[in-house]
Design a protein around this ligand. Structure first.
Ligand code: HEC
Ligand code: HEC
Ligand code: HEC
Ligand code: HEC
Ligand code: HEC
Length: 339
């Protein structure tokens, strides 16, 4: 990074801190003048937005600080830098798209309603200006844009992957897929459109099944195993470097009911920075084998003498170090093709 850019960043961070301090020290009085409520906790939204609150409860956003997987890897958050995104202060403090700062309150609220919805003046942000409703949210295009996910979700380049995909040009943003439209019922029984707040990802089988199309076909003296990214708006599998998608096969001979040991045909995964062996067969050391949006990968396997069928499986793994019977592995597809 050159000096002037670094200086610019320092000034930017200082300015953001200054803004945050000015905002925080405005105190109850200043805020009370502008708004009746000082928004600090998701619980404040619960009574009026029961559905949204229920969807968020138990989501990976809500559990971000209590998640046992995260506590283990962060050494119970003794690695303090992990709090930046897992227990963040509102996005607006550093600005939508910029890295968040850690907070020291509301530990069971992880990424809370306030993290995303708080506005620069202490009020709330939304799609529409609604001065007539009790929480009086104001329209913000920053809040609606991909920048509101980017602060935390570009650590492993998910946002960049999306920008490089046809989805970006098309205007199919993160919320289009991860916040599906739902029907909300008002207190008076009338209905309106809402957006889901569960944020399904790799812990949801239905979401994983939407990501890819798995095909198996005979191609002369070989079997072709093909995976196409048909439904993920970024690389598949995206995010954490330890997420992996595996294509496996085994051949069956006439005297067998099923084949023997499974063989890994290909592993789709982003390697760790210091990994000195390829992520799987057919890959180079440090090669990122994730499948970009709409990309296809085919692996051909020669058919051995005497084979009458091939059995194939597509697995999603939360970490590459787990076996087929681990709860961290999900079987997405299983196919047998007679040869
Ligand atoms: C006292 C009740 C009440 C509380 C508390 C409340 N809201 Fe609301 N909010 C409403 C009502 C009523 C609407 C209008 C719903 C409709 O369209 O009929 C609304 C609408 C919204 C909208 C949608 C605006 C749009 O684009 O149309 C957002 C976003 C929102 N609230 C966020 C929040 C958040 C976040 C909190 C907590 C920090 C919160 N609200 C607390 C009553 C409340
Ligand atoms: C820049 C923001 C950011 C920082 C800093 C950060 N994380 Fe995360 N973390 C995320 C996001 C975003 C996800 C969700 C993506 C995913 O699930 O792949 C995540 C997911 C995780 C998960 C997966 C949880 C699960 O249930 O599968 C673990 C574990 C984790 N982080 C550990 C850590 C640790 C340990 C640190 C500190 C060394 C850390 N994170 C720092 C943003 C961050
Ligand atoms: C303040 C940081 C932050 C912001 C902003 C944020 N996320 Fe997350 N998100 C996280 C973290 C951290 C996790 C993982 C927490 C865990 O598993 O413990 C996560 C998890 C997820 C997951 C995966 C859930 C799973 O099952 O693994 C999805 C999908 C997701 N976020 C989508 C979004 C989208 C879309 C946006 C923008 C509208 C967004 N997030 C905004 C930090 C953030
Ligand atoms: C066209 C639909 C689509 C779009 C657009 C999309 N996603 Fe996804 N996303 C998926 C699917 C399908 C998966 C499951 C496959 C995977 O993990 O790659 C997924 C998975 C994820 C996960 C889970 C990763 C994990 O390890 O748990 C996160 C986080 C995520 N997306 C964030 C985002 C963000 C941020 C954006 C916008 C920059 C975005 N997504 C845009 C469909 C989409
Ligand atoms: C990760 C960021 C994020 C978190 C956390 C979050 N929201 Fe939202 N919320 C959004 C975005 C983005 C939209 C706008 C979606 C749109 O209209 O396109 C939205 C829309 C809404 C709406 C209007 C649509 C609807 O379904 O009624 C309400 C109300 C709302 N949020 C309330 C809440 C409440 C209450 C919480 C906490 C329980 C919460 N939000 C947590 C990002 C978030």
């Amino acid at each position: 990074m050159n000096f002037s850019l670094r200086l610019g960043l320092v000034i930017g961070v200082v300015a953001a801190f200054g803004g945050a301090i000015a905002y925080l020290s405005a105190g109850d009085q200043g805020l009370a003048a502008a708004h009746k409520t000082r928004w600090e906790s998701s619980v404040q939204c619960k009574s009026c937005h029961e559905d949204v609150y229920a969807e968020w409860t138990g989501s990976h956003h809500q559990i971000a600080f209590t998640n046992p997987e995260v506590r283990k890897l962060s050494d119970d958050f003794r690695k303090e830098e992990c709090m930046d995104c897992h227990l963040p202060r509102p996005l607006v403090i550093t600005g939508f798209g910029s890295r968040t700062l850690p907070r020291r309150t509301h530990f069971d609220e992880g990424i809370s309603c306030i993290s995303c919805h708080l506005g620069p003046d202490g009020g709330l942000l939304a799609r529409n200006d609604r001065p007539e409703v009790p929480c009086a949210p104001k329209r913000s295009t920053d809040f609606l844009a991909v920048k509101s996910c980017e602060s935390c979700h570009n650590q492993h380049w998910t946002t960049d992957q999306w920008r490089a995909s046809p989805y970006a040009a098309q205007g199919t943003d993160c919320a289009s897929c991860h916040m599906p439209e739902v029907t909300r019922v008002r207190k008076d029984g009338s209905k309106r459109m809402g957006r889901g707040h569960v944020f399904h990802g790799s812990h949801d089988v239905a979401t994983l099944k939407k990501a890819g199309k798995f095909e198996v076909a005979r191609a002369g003296s070989e079997v072709a195993l093909t995976l196409t990214n048909t439904g993920a708006g970024h690389n598949y599998p995206t995010e954490e470097r330890h997420r992996a998608v595996d294509m496996l096969y085994r051949f069956v001979t006439a005297d067998q009911e099923t084949g023997g040991e499974w063989t890994l045909a290909y592993r789709f995964r982003m390697p760790y920075r210091d990994e000195s062996t390829p992520v799987g067969p057919g890959a180079d050391v440090q090669e990122n084998t994730q499948l970009p949006a709409f990309a296809t990968k085919t692996v051909n396997v020669p058919i051995p003498a005497g084979a009458v069928a091939v059995e194939t499986r597509l697995w999603y793994r939360l970490t590459p170090f787990c076996g087929d019977d681990s709860p961290l592995s999900t079987l997405l597809e299983e196919r047998r093709v007679d040869l």
